[in-house]
Write a protein that binds this ligand. Structure first.
Ligand SMILES: [Zn+2]
Length: 246
């Protein structure tokens, strides 16, 4: 299990998550997502590898094409801020695994700092202060909630605790270093460490995991959300919708 699988199953679409697992569906990254991925490759020290794997983003001279140039501005914005950079110090892209709620889990931390017992997630977003509509909760939420970062914080805190062999509820800090994709990027460091919320999210996992395990074992049929790109692409009409004003 991974965090993206978990949020895919629980908050997006079971049918799509299953075809992603079998390799029959791959989401193509948008320009904005590729910008975020490039900033992550900078943090990981893997810009060269990224350039080789994303030739569509680069000119023949290996500079970013116009649509992606904001990525360089975002990197400069972080690089010129010693406070933000101090939170990006540590082991990069570290993978840890643990058995949790009946399934093996794998996490990859953008930064793991063992001396300060801290995990850091680098997040790129359209805006740090703007609120975004979340259809699932029928309300405007921060980019942190929209990206399900508190759920990620809980999964990472628990897997890291188990992998490092610490006692129950002895969780490390979970921080977010955020940078926006605006022409003049905004930046912030958030402390997501919140034992009450971690405990609440872990209780939700425990409740959700039996269904996910059954789905992955083929014992339950996945539900279609009928809203996502996969459901739209496989939709077969069989009835007329009675239109009424409103
Ligand atoms: Zn769907």
């Amino acid at each position: 299990m991974s965090r993206s699988q978990y949020t895919g199953f629980v908050y997006e679409c079971e049918a799509k998550e299953m075809v992603k697992l079998t390799g029959d569906w791959v989401d193509v990254a948008t320009t904005a997502q590729e910008v975020g991925q490039y900033v992550h490759s900078w943090n990981a020290g893997k810009q060269k590898e990224f350039q080789e794997n994303h030739p569509n983003m680069f000119t023949k001279a290996n500079t970013l094409k116009a649509d992606y140039l904001v990525a360089n501005t975002m990197i400069d914005c972080l690089q010129n801020d010693p406070f933000a950079m101090s939170y990006l110090e540590g082991e990069k892209e570290r993978i840890l695994t643990a058995e949790m709620y009946g399934a093996p889990w794998k996490i990859m931390m953008n930064v793991h700092s063992i001396p300060s017992r801290r995990m850091v997630d680098l997040m790129t977003t359209r805006s740090i202060i703007g609120k975004v509509w979340d259809e699932a909760v029928h309300g405007y939420v921060s980019f942190i909630e929209l990206a399900k970062a508190p759920i990620k914080a809980a999964i990472y805190a628990e897997v890291e605790r188990l992998a490092m062999g610490r006692a129950a509820e002895d969780w490390s800090e979970f921080m977010v270093v955020a940078v926006s994709k605006e022409k003049y990027p905004d930046k912030a460091v958030f402390n997501m460490t919140n034992p009450t919320r971690i405990a609440a999210e872990l209780a939700t996992f425990e409740a959700n995991m039996p269904r996910i395990i059954a789905l992955k074992a083929g014992l339950e049929a996945p539900r279609r959300c009928e809203k996502c790109n996969y459901c739209r692409s496989t939709k077969v009409l069989s009835q007329v919708i009675q239109y009424s004003v409103g």
